[in-house]
Design a protein around this ligand. Sequence first.
Ligand code: ADP
Ligand code: 5GP
Length: 198
Amino acid sequence: MKHDNKNIMVVLSSPSGAGKTTITKKIQQKFSSFKISVSHTTRKPRPNEVNGVDYHFINSEKFKFLINENKLYEHAKIFDNYYGTSKEIVDNLIKTNDIIFDIDWQGNQQLSKYKNLNLVKIFITTKNKEEVKNRLMKRNQDSKEEVKKRLMSFEEDIKHWDDYDYIVTNDDLENCFKQIENIILLHKKPIIFPRTIQ
Ligand code: ADP
Ligand code: 5GP
């Protein structure tokens, strides 16, 4: 479908634990125009996650159906589970909102093929891998095995930084958010109408 250019789509990717979820929430608090693209996943919900809010939690059969029916803009297998972005959800949201996508580098590459989407692609990183490890342990929402898998994908994740328009380090959260806020404001320039000549 044709998307209206005045609404933007901000893609946030990072190694797991670098701060995408935290920053996504801050963007929504600051800019009421932003809605999150709630992905579908075959992953099991974490204790604090709500179906339809954090993800649409579905089984593999339903996920395969969405792929076969061409209902997804993009999808990827990550840490042994499937994750994907619904075309219907995005096409409806973009009519009246800006959108944030919390997706990985594979999803970013697939979305980038749609030239009609007004994407602003931001890669978030941390000063080093140790910091991600500390945050994942502190978050304490994944099993040891899950944390290990997430850390193992760190090198693969950061290899793809070059696919993005902006790279921001999430060292100090407020500082990082300020940079992201500036990026958003740059792309949400007010539309200037030409003055009529009198
Ligand atoms: P992601 O969504 O990328 O996996 P999260 O947003 O869940 O990452 O952040 C992982 C953990 O790190 C959370 O506990 C979060 O509160 C914490 N965190 C996020 N940003 C920072 C930061 N700048 N400094 C310290 N801790 C942070
Ligand atoms: P988590 O299990 O921690 O919620 O997410 C794991 C990874 O999946 C994160 O890198 C997150 O950005 C990514 N992810 C979440 N939803 C999607 C999606 O719809 N598509 C893709 N490609 N990645 C996603």
